[in-house]
Design a protein around this ligand. Sequence first.
Ligand SMILES: O=C(O)c1ccccc1NCC(=O)[C@H](O)[C@H](O)COP(=O)(O)O
Length: 221
Amino acid sequence: MDIRVKICGLSEPEHVVAAAEAGAAYVGFVFFPKSPRNVEIDAARALALEVPVGVAKVALTVNADDAFLDELTRKVPLDMMQLHGGESPERVAAVRARYGLPVMKAVGIADESDLPAIDAYGAVADQLLIDAKPPRGADLPGGNGLAFDWRLVKRKYWPCPWMLAGGLTPENVAQAVQMTGARQVDVSSGVENAPGAKSAELIRAFVQAAQGDTAPVPVLK
Ligand SMILES: O=C(O)c1ccccc1NCC(=O)[C@H](O)[C@H](O)COP(=O)(O)O
């Protein structure tokens, strides 16, 4: 099955190479100092230069200001910006216009009351990342290894391309794809041995499982 995979929170060249060789379509770099996956801009530039043509380099920021994004986009060759904070639809549109890069907006889902944000952000973003809403008081707005109820996003109409995220693992990704109809998936914690410590083996297992290269999983009713 042609499922596009994003491996997020990469900080070591060997894992960038593992993701690309496994067939990931996107690699993500996190710019958020509180995260165990945070990378500095100069380190991200070096990582980005390891990424083969055809694999999209995504910069994940959280409520970043123009000064930071100016430096980031000047120094790191990027293919997409991922906004993972409380950025408003107006801010999403402004970032898109200022940097001329496609913007993916993260939308956190916990229950039905979160669903209208899909249409609000879908009207201004190039893509949506549909993720689990972080628990109240969490240190990180994403990358928490938490899944949400996938039945909430079994919808027929999507305003733009989207990616499923939140608590995905090599074990559950095939079922998540089957239940939601997602054509793109994103993972961070599920391919780590500890927070921030990616595993090349788990990256390969995740891409294979997402693309249906393992035994089918039973459908949950
Ligand atoms: O991964 C982080 O540390 C992070 C920090 C701040 C904002 C967002 C962050 N990650 C967002 C991602 O794109 C994750 O891949 C997504 O939330 C799924 O994470 P996980 O449930 O750990 O697979």
